[in-house]
Design a protein around this ligand. Structure first.
Ligand SMILES: [Zn+2]
Length: 169
C-alpha cells in the first residue's frame, strides 16, 4: 500500500509516516492514517450447499468469489452486506449480526490495498438470483467441491467451510 505523499486537506508535502502509520502535515498540523477498508461477504446457504459467484470484472476476473463488497463510511456491516447482495444478485438474504463468522485482513487489487474482510453465514430466499453485470455466473457448491475451486481469496473457502459446519442453512 502506497503511503500518502501530500496532505489531503492543504496539499503540502507530508512528513514520512511514524511507527503507528500516521503521516504529519508540517503546514496544517493534521495527521493522516492509512487504514484497512472493511468489506462484508456471505456464505449464502440452501439445502446444505453454498452459493459462489464467478467474477466478471477485475481484479481477479474469472475466479471464484462470494457475494458482498465494500462497506460505505459509517454503514452497519449487516446492512451493507444486504445492500451488496441485493445489488449483485437481486436477493434479500436472511442474515443478522449473530451470523458473523470471521474477519480476515488481506491485500486487494494491483495497488495491494489492505482490506478487512468480514464474513457471515446467510440463508437464501426463495427462487433464483438475478445476477448483475459484475457476476459472470453463480454456482451452488458442496463442502467436497471447495478444494477444487479457484477462489480469488482463499479465506472465502474457509468462510464457506465454516458456514456449512455451522449448519444454519
Ligand atoms: Zn496539511
Amino acid at each position: 500500500m502506497k503511503p500518502f505523499r501530500f496532505c489531503p486537506a492543504c496539499g503540502a508535502d507530508l512528513e514520512l509516516a511514524d511507527d503507528e502509520g500516521g503521516a504529519h502535515c508540517p503546514n496544517c498540523e493534521r495527521k493522516w492514517y492509512r487504514n484497512m477498508s472493511p468489506t462484508a461477504g456471505a456464505a449464502i446457504l440452501r439445502d446444505g450447499r453454498a452459493l459462489v459467484t464467478v467474477r466478471a470484472i477485475e481484479p481477479e476476473k474469472g475466479r471464484i468469489d462470494v457475494p458482498g463488497g465494500f462497506l460505505r463510511t459509517g454503514e452497519d456491516p449487516v446492512a451493507g452486506l444486504r445492500r451488496e447482495v441485493r445489488e449483485e444478485l437481486g436477493w434479500d438474504i436472511e442474515v443478522d449480526d449473530r451470523d458473523y463468522l470471521q474477519a480476515v485482513p488481506h491485500t486487494y487489487g494491483s495497488e495491494d490495498e489492505w482490506v478487512l474482510a468480514l464474513g457471515f453465514v446467510a440463508r437464501a430466499p426463495q427462487g433464483d438470483p438475478t445476477p448483475a453485470d459484475d457476476v459472470a455466473e453463480v454456482r451452488w457448491v458442496s463442502e467436497s467441491e471447495l478444494d477444487g475451486l479457484d477462489f480469488a481469496w482463499p479465506h472465502d473457502r474457509d468462510l464457506i467451510r465454516r458456514a456449512l459446519e455451522h449448519g444454519r442453512s
